[in-house]
Design a protein around this ligand. Structure first.
Ligand SMILES: Nc1ncnc2c1ncn2[C@@H]1O[C@H](COP(=O)(O)OP(=O)(O)OP(=O)(O)O)[C@@H](O)[C@H]1O
Length: 276
């Protein structure tokens, strides 16, 4: 074996020392059709109840839109699901057997819950391809990842994600040269590289053009089914265009649930939110 081959062999990413392998969480069990159960959740900050007896159930494969006025508790709810904030009471289960309240943030991510924050955080100096490569499950740091040889399966996964996010033609461009909308799609692609079962997406269309919004709607709709998606969004036109189930949060609780048409006609929703 020559030096180059030895170097690549050492860097092979399909072989990991046993002691480096992450601890596997229990298997995700969605036999009853639900992927997320939030029950009777409450959390207070300095005596103020940001989440108040919240109950939310997400079906496997569904795309659920969460709307609500500023301060309704949307971000806090996402923080509880990802383990960033611990509730004072209640329960949070990922499928029927994974108790999220017993897990750390990395363990929750490892179990299959991915989060996309509002602002894109891609590596601007690296190509679109390298950004996806670095996000692959099990990637072990920038140098090790970029010098390791990709397996055919891994290349296929990157190509598949590039196609899904519509950036196949931009694969060798620096991420920094992409439009705002394209950066958002790349970041969604980076999440997809980790094969999450549940995607939490925070205001993806803020600052996008109408065309980019349409494309984002198509992307999220195409991901539902294989993934479950909880989408927090302020843009009512975008939520309406998705034509999915909507949950309205208000003062840390669910105020209404149904189609956009249904919740729009609910006088309580009109009063606290849509009538503003
Ligand atoms: N760490 C914290 N310490 C104190 N108060 C907090 C903290 N996090 C959230 N809050 C308060 O809890 C309430 C809910 O906030 P949250 O950010 O969850 O609402 P939101 O629905 O996401 O609002 P927005 O639409 O403006 O993002 C707000 O009144 C907020 O000020």
């Amino acid at each position: 074996m020559n030096m180059t081959d030895a170097f690549y062999e050492y860097g092979r990413r399909d072989q990991v020392f046993e002691f480096l392998k992450p601890v596997q969480s229990p298997m995700l069990d969605v036999a009853k059709g639900y992927i997320l159960y939030l029950e009777d959740i409450s959390v207070s900050f300095d005596g103020f109840k940001a989440i108040n007896d919240l109950n939310l159930y997400i079906k496997e494969g569904e795309l659920r839109c969460i709307i609500g006025p500023n301060g309704a508790g949307k971000t806090t709810m996402m923080d509880i699901i990802t383990g960033k904030t611990r509730p004072d009471s209640g329960s949070a289960w990922f499928g029927q057997s994974i108790n999220l309240l017993n897990m750390s943030e990395p363990e929750i991510a490892q179990a299959g819950i991915g989060r996309k924050f509002q602002k894109p955080t891609v590596f601007e100096q690296l190509s679109v391809f390298s950004n996806l490569e670095l996000s692959m499950s099990g990637a072990k740091g920038v140098f090790a990842t970029l010098t390791a040889r990709l397996t055919g399966e891994q290349k296929d996964q990157i190509d598949q994600v590039l196609t899904q996010i519509g950036l196949l033609d931009q694969r060798w461009l620096d991420a920094g040269s992409l439009s705002h909308g394209q950066k958002q799609w790349l970041e969604i692609g980076m999440l997809l590289m980790q094969n999450p079962k549940l995607l939490l997406v925070d205001e993806p269309v803020a600052g996008m053009t109408h065309q980019e919004m349409d494309r984002t709607g198509e992307l999220l709709t195409s991901l539902a089914g294989q993934h479950s998606i909880v989408l927090v969004e302020h843009d009512m036109d975008f939520v309406r265009s998705l034509a999915k189930q909507v949950t309205v949060l208000h003062q840390g609780s669910v105020l209404a649930e149904g189609s956009m048409e249904q919740v729009q006609q609910d006088p309580r929703v009109v009063e606290v939110y849509l009538g503003e």
